[in-house]
Design a protein around this ligand. Sequence first.
Ligand code: SAM
Length: 259
Amino acid sequence: MPAPLKKLPPAVTALLLQFAAFALTMLGVRLSGLQSSPLIFALLCGLLAAAFTYFAGLARWWLPIQLLFAPALVAMLALNIPPDVFLVAFLILLAVYWSTFRTQVPLYLSSNKVWRALEGFLPDAKTGFRFIDLGSGLGGVLTHLARAQPDGYYSGVESAPLPFLWSWLRIKLGGYRNCNVQWGSIWDDNLAACNLAQYDVVFAYLSPVPMERLWRKARAEMRPGTIFISSTFAVPGQSPHETVQMDDLHRSTLLIWRM
Ligand SMILES: C[S@@+](CC[C@H](N)C(=O)[O-])C[C@H]1O[C@@H](n2cnc3c(N)ncnc32)[C@H](O)[C@@H]1O
């Protein structure tokens, strides 16, 4: 990827490439004097944007997004949907994916099979162990484990407002006394829950982007003998002590380190 683009979040790079594709398509249409329908114009923009994205070296999954963005825009406009619908949809998406732009960690949920596999890594002592889900999403991991092994105490930290609110209500309305979730970032040193020294098991299902930083935090803060589990995403240069391949829809793998 060209050096100036490397410094930008991928979403901004993708948007800039869309603008470049639009400008170039517009120039091409003007110079050639051809008349094109809005959909053909949008398809040309999409093709160019996808090509630019490929050469800019963005992750592969950006290609279909870049290809379909302008045609989808034209198709949606043709449907004459009232603008309020877009505003409401935008606000809901903003509340769910609030921090994704910064963190590059979207919301997607662990499967029931992962929840059950995690049970096997909880200390079986009745001494009140502590577990944290870093980026706890809708709170499914926490509430499942709190039911399955009520001797433990389960914490979550979630930065996106709507998933946080959902999980908070789920915990309160479900009457889970051994569970709590906090709104904030896992990198916030002022948030007491984010100090990993207090946990016996630390679980994270994030994305490849924060794994190196998370590993440094885990190494610095976790106590010897405690367990760090990453679902699916490896830590560069650090082989796990154990892996568990899940037979679920995402083909998740649990990577386990004993600190
Ligand atoms: C892939 S989801 C996993 C949800 C849940 N842990 C599960 O396994 O079902 C990752 C979650 O982490 C949250 N997240 C990402 N970066 C975060 C951060 N820096 N601090 C707190 N939460 C974060 C996202 O909003 C998202 O809800």
